[in-house]
Write a protein of this length. Structure first.
Length: 612
């Protein structure tokens, strides 16, 4: 009860803030709506009584009640049209504000939050419901208020006639409320348990309808398997829903039957009084109408209360999501700097000259395994470093920690000799250009794909084209129909599709677009052929003269270009040094290199055999 009052309060505040004018207009119209049925009853009763007494008093006596009757119906028309307009607008503006609020909140979540399935569930629930639930909740509350006004006025009318009719109607209506509330709660629980399955079904539709997945779905003939899983999930939802609906129908049917019997009995009482000639025909109409109004409005209050209790639980989820604490180091650091007031400005103008990791260890939330284990490393300006190691050895994680996408690591990271936590994270991250392994294909223009690296310079063609040149994608751009403003991808109209390597070059250009101090390339070899990778890395080395450049690679022929090579295994740095020094050491690197070199020499001898 307390929670629902609190959430309703929050909701009203939100609506009030969204649009004050519409909020007041809507409240006013709801009050009028509540009064209209009672006034209609009175006006109609007077009109009928006037008609029945025309025999004695002449026709003129009907004119005034009829004029009032006409005025009332005109007023009703105006109120209804006004309400349609105001409510429609209120609903749209509320959905707009909430959708923006949810997206805003999503931007404040950290990488770790996105990797947390229960937060993903919450996000899905919130974004799915935002468009309509809050407005439903508001209109139910407003509907309850309107119906209450009607019930109070019409039951007063009844009360003055026979007071005991009112408690009878109320008791009958309230009796069934408890069991209906229980069904409601069950429905909500089902909904909550279902969210992960909803997400699964959403993912299956995504696989079945998305152009990125379609190639594999077709070639591995996954369609019927995926479709079966999808229909299995939907079938499960349907069966549970059907059972609940059956239960609900049973309860409401019994409840409606009892209510109907009581109402008919009361109507019969009124008819009996009329037959005994104690009531005029208008009053007969008035009391029957008052009985029916009270009963129907109490029913409507109950229906609204029920739906309200359901929607309020969904609303609670929405507010819980909005209030969710974030794992994003950026948000935490800005909260912290607000609290401490000084950190934000302490080191605002700096360039990253040196990065030092001291005994850095890290494990992912909810995982036992240490993904990084006591890593100590230094990176200096002017140096290009290659990181090599088997899959899963922790290379990418190390980069994510360097970028401060996670900040709950143990040990210390020093930037220019000072603890990284002393820096404003926004300023720090501005100095990093990165190409992720799973970089994004923005289904937007070339300009946006590159310009996102430095939003302020997005309209400067020469800077964008320079970045494109560094990533060797400038020639391709020149052949596109609208040059920099060509739409890319296939999701939207007139999109030009690029190859995997070309998309990756765009991602590289995006990183170069930024005037950063630290550049990180995570496996540029993923989409590039060996020659292209080599060309890129040679250029990278050249560009990194007064920067720190780090690249992760599996090709040791590329790694050897770097000033220093770091070898990782099981979250530890097991070797580091130049290519020559590591070969001399005859350790893990030398072994990997020999394996790769052998496969190359095997290839070339095979080629010789083919050629001969
Ligand atoms: P590499 O880049 O060397 O291939 P990663 O840093 O990607 O290795 O992964 C190191 C280990 O951390 C792997 O065992 C992987 O399963 C685990 N891991 C990577 N990302 C996550 C994550 N987001 N949540 C949990 N575990 C992860």
């Amino acid at each position: 009860m307390w929670n629902s009052t609190k959430n309703s309060g929050k909701l009203f505040l939100l609506i009030y803030k969204t649009n004050k004018g519409q909020f007041f207009a809507s409240s006013f119209l709801h009050i009028l709506q509540g009064l209209v049925p009672f006034f209609s009853l009175i006006v109609m009763q007077n009109l009928l009584n006037a008609i029945s007494s025309t025999m004695i008093n002449g026709v003129d006596i009907v004119l005034i009640p009829f004029a009032v009757f006409v005025l009332l119906y005109l007023a009703k028309l105006v109120i209804n049209s006004g309400q349609t307009f105001v409510e429609g607008n209120l609903e749209n503006s509320l959905a707009k504000s909430l959708n923006i609020m949810i997206c805003q909140k999503s931007t404040q979540l950290g990488l770790a939050d996105y990797e947390n399935s229960s937060i993903n569930d919450q996000l899905k629930r919130a974004s799915q419901e935002a468009g309509f639930r809050p407005y439903q909740l508001y209109s139910q509350l407003a509907g309850i208020a309107s119906s209450l006004i009607t019930v109070i006025s019409s039951s007063t009318w009844l009360f003055l006639w026979k007071w005991w009719t009112v408690p009878i109607i109320l008791v009958v209506s309230l009796a069934s409320l408890y069991s209906l509330f229980k069904i409601n709660k069950q429905q909500f629980e089902i909904y909550m348990e279902r969210t992960p399955y909803y997400r699964q079904s959403w993912y299956l539709t995504y696989l079945l309808t998305n152009d990125r997945a379609v190639k594999e779905v077709k070639i591995f003939q996954l369609s019927s398997y995926l479709l079966n899983r999808y229909s299995g999930l939907l079938e499960g939802f349907y069966k549970v829903d059907k059972k609940m609906l059956g239960k609900l129908t049973k309860y409401t049917l019994v409840y409606n039957l009892v209510e109907l019997a009581v109402m008919l009995w009361l109507v019969w009482l009124v008819i009996k009084e009329t037959l005994r000639n104690t009531l005029m025909i208008g009053s007969l109409y008035g009391y029957i109408q008052a009985i029916m109004l009270t009963q129907s409005q109490v029913q409507s209050i109950m229906r609204n209360l029920l739906q309200f209790s359901q929607n309020h639980l969904y609303m609670e989820q929405l507010f819980l999501f909005i209030d969710l604490p974030t794992s994003d180091p950026l948000m935490r650091s800005s909260e912290q700097s607000n609290e401490l007031g000084m950190i934000a400005d302490k080191r605002s103008s700096f360039s990253i000259e040196q990065l030092e990791l001291r005994n850095v260890s890290f494990q992912y939330l909810g995982q036992e395994k240490q993904v990084l284990n006591n890593v100590s490393l230094t990176f200096n300006k002017g140096e290009t470093v290659a990181i090599v190691g088997k899959n899963g050895s922790g290379k990418t994680t190390l980069m994510k920690i360097l970028m401060q996408l996670y900040d709950d690591f143990n040990g210390n990271i020093l930037v220019n000799g000072h603890n990284i936590k002393e820096y404003n994270l926004m300023n720090y991250q501005k100095k990093i250009g990165a190409v992720f392994q799973d970089f994004v294909h923005y289904e937007m223009s070339v300009r946006q794909n590159i310009g996102f690296g430095s939003l302020e310079q997005m309209d400067q063609d020469d800077i964008i084209l320079d970045a494109a040149k560094y990533a060797s994608i400038d020639q391709v751009i020149r052949t596109l129909p609208q040059g920099l403003d060509t739409q890319l991808g296939k999701w939207f109209e007139d999109g030009q599709q690029l190859s995997g390597g070309q998309w990756q070059r765009l991602a590289i250009a995006r990183a170069f677009m930024r005037n950063a101090d630290l550049y990180i390339l995570d496996e540029p070899s993923a989409f590039l052929d060996p020659v292209a990778e080599r060309d890129l890395l040679e250029l990278f080395l050249d560009l990194m003269k007064d920067k720190i450049g780090i690249f992760i690679t599996h090709r040791l022929s590329s790694a050897r270009l770097a000033h220093r090579i770091i070898v990782m295994e099981d979250g530890k740095v097991i070797e580091q040094g130049t290519h020559e020094a590591l070969l001399q050491r005859n350790g893990a690197y030398a072994e990997m290199y020999q394996i790769q070199a052998k496969s190359f020499s095997d290839e070339s001898s095979r080629e010789e055999v083919y050629q001969s």
